[in-house]
Ligand binder design. Structure first.
Ligand code: ADP
Ligand code: MG
Ligand code: ZN
Length: 500
């Protein structure tokens, strides 16, 4: 229809031109100019349109992902498969009159495998797969976003037909960009139009239409979404895709090293234990970095120490070129030793690696072997964590008689834990509602918790004062120390056992 319109306009334009040329020859030139300008503009708009359509909605055919190639995420996988079964048994759904599921939302931090899960969903249901990202719909011109949404669904149906499939999955990454609460983005009428178009497309999908389209969206800001989006009949299934736990991390590491030669020394379980909080994407990057390190050393296999060195790199970014002054480095070493000693005292075998090689924003770093992926903490565990957090600054106080700004992050962390103690009813205030607690009472209690723990930490560390002085010099020289080296040193320090 659009193409006909162009022909008609073109024809009318010519007719006008001829008519004007015959009746008022004087006006011929300005009319001709106007006509060619209009023609050029229409060609440009058309070009832009097709270019835009080309960007939005990448059709993926090759490179099929299956659920078993995704590590961890057992819960998410199970929920998705359950939800997808209706696509596989369409006839049954129809006879039972079940309202079709139109959309799934995967929510969770970046790099946890949401895109992979959507692709696996397409493989599992033998559907055509079309992907786009929310940011692709954001345009300066009103209406373009909405027309791209239309094109995306059209493209999905077309892809399904072409591949001879009767289902299609439309994947929209970063749905929060277009699906944010309406009106909250100020006067952005454009976002509203795009979102409305998406809702219209979803409302128009039925079980009887062929091909059937399912929308899978991903976000890390579920709370930001417009309530209209998560109403029944739209995205009525929300699936959490969290950071993997240790078993999940091990599974991902196994998947990501499948094509890499590993030395016998490699203990992936150990790597999984030390990568608490890593996302799947970070683990992928870790395996890649380890392989690069092995290559740099002309090794034919990747060894455990390559993984160890890559953990810091992925966590803290590339080593920075600048080197702090010598006395600053010594202070950093003292500070980190304070963390390391307290960590080992409250939980033995907990120090994995100490480094004062500057990386990213951190000057030094003690890597701890995480306790276990727990969800509950006892009072003692929280207090121990505060002791370790304060260990750095207390060591500085002990050796130099003063403290530095290096403890800013530690104190932030310690404050959060002190608040947790109070909020969970574990402080001397008993069970209280921290939200309604008078501010001075809250501050007083936090101060009390800190004062008590500070003294305890200082007492713990004072025994090691001389040791810290000598070991910090070694640490400045060597930059690194393994957990085992550190423990050997620590044991040699204690002449008689100190009670903690
Ligand atoms: P998200 O969409 O949640 O941001 P992606 O699915 O784009 O994350 O993941 C990015 C990359 O990280 C993947 O291509 C893959 O290499 C790796 N990855 C992430 N999660 C996993 C996982 N659970 N199993 C295996 N690899 C993963
Ligand atoms: Mg992604
Ligand atoms: Zn610190």
């Amino acid at each position: 229809m659009k193409t006909y319109l162009k022909e008609v306009v073109l024809g009318l334009g010519f007719a006008t031109l001829v008519f004007v040329g015959f009746t008022f020859p004087g006006y011929l030139f300005p009319f001709f100019l106007l006509f060619s300008l209009l023609f050029a503009a229409s060609v440009m708009i058309e070009k832009n349109r097709s270019a835009a359509a080309g960007v939005t909605g990448e059709v993926a055919k090759s490179h099929q992902i299956e659920f078993h190639q995704i590590g961890g995420q057992d819960m998410a996988k199970r929920e998705i498969m359950e939800a997808l079964d209706f696509l596989k048994h369409r006839d049954q759904i129809q006879t039972l009159g079940i309202r079709p599921l139109k959309g799934l939302i995967l929510s969770g931090p970046p790099g946890t495998g949401k895109t992979l899960l959507a692709k696996a969903a397409a493989t599992y249901t033998d559907s055509a797969f079309v992907a786009a990202s929310g940011s692709e719909f954001v345009e300066m011109y009103v209406g373009v976003g909405a027309s791209r949404v239309r094109d995306l669904f059209k493209k999905a149906r077309l892809a399904a037909k072409k591949e001879g499939k009767d289902t299609a999955i439309v994947f929209i990454d970063e749905i929060d960009v277009i699906g944010g609460k309406r009106g909250s983005t100020g006067s952005h009428q454009e976002y509203d139009q795009t979102l409305n178009q998406l809702l219209t497309e979803m409302d128009g999908m039925g079980t009887t239409t062929s091909p059937m389209v399912l929308v899978i969206a991903a976000t890390n800001r579920l709370d930001m979404l417009d309530p209209a989006l998560i109403r029944p009949g739209r995205f009525d299934r929300q699936i959490k895709v969290d950071l993997p736990d240790k078993t999940g991390r091990l599974h991902i590491l196994e998947i990501q090293t499948k094509n890499k030669p590993l030395a016998d020394s490699v203990d992936l379980e150990q790597v999984a234990r030390e990568t608490y909080g890593f996302s799947g994407a970070q683990l992928e990057s870790l395996c890649n970095e380890a392989a690069i390190l092995a290559m740099r050393e002309s090794k034919e296999q990747i060894e455990q120490l390559h993984f160890r060195d890559s953990v810091d790199k992925v966590l803290l970014g590339e080593r920075t070129g600048k080197r702090p002054r010598e006395e600053e480095l010594e202070r950093v070493a003292v500070h980190e030793l304070g963390h390391a000693i307290t960590s080992e005292l409250v939980r033995s075998q907990s120090v994995s690696h100490i480094t004062i090689a500057p990386r990213g924003n951190a000057l030094g770093f003690v890597r701890q072997v995480p306790e276990s992926d727990g969800y509950l903490y006892t009072y003692d565990q929280l207090v121990n964590q505060i002791i370790v957090a304060l260990g750095g600054t207390v060591a500085e106080e002990l050796i130099y008689g003063n403290r530095s700004t290096g403890a800013q992050g530690d104190i932030q962390q310690a404050t959060n834990m002190a608040r947790t103690i109070i909020a969970c009813g574990l402080s001397t205030l008993g069970i209280v509602d921290i939200e309604n607690l008078q501010k001075n009472i809250l501050d007083e209690e936090i101060r009390r918790i800190f004062a008590e723990i500070y003294d305890r930490t200082r007492e713990m560390l004072s025994v090691y004062e001389e040791g810290i002085r000598t070991l910090s010099v070694d640490l400045v020289r060597d930059e690194n120390m393994t957990g085992d080296e550190f423990r050997t040193w620590l044991q040699a320090q204690i002449k008689e056992p100190v009670s903690v």
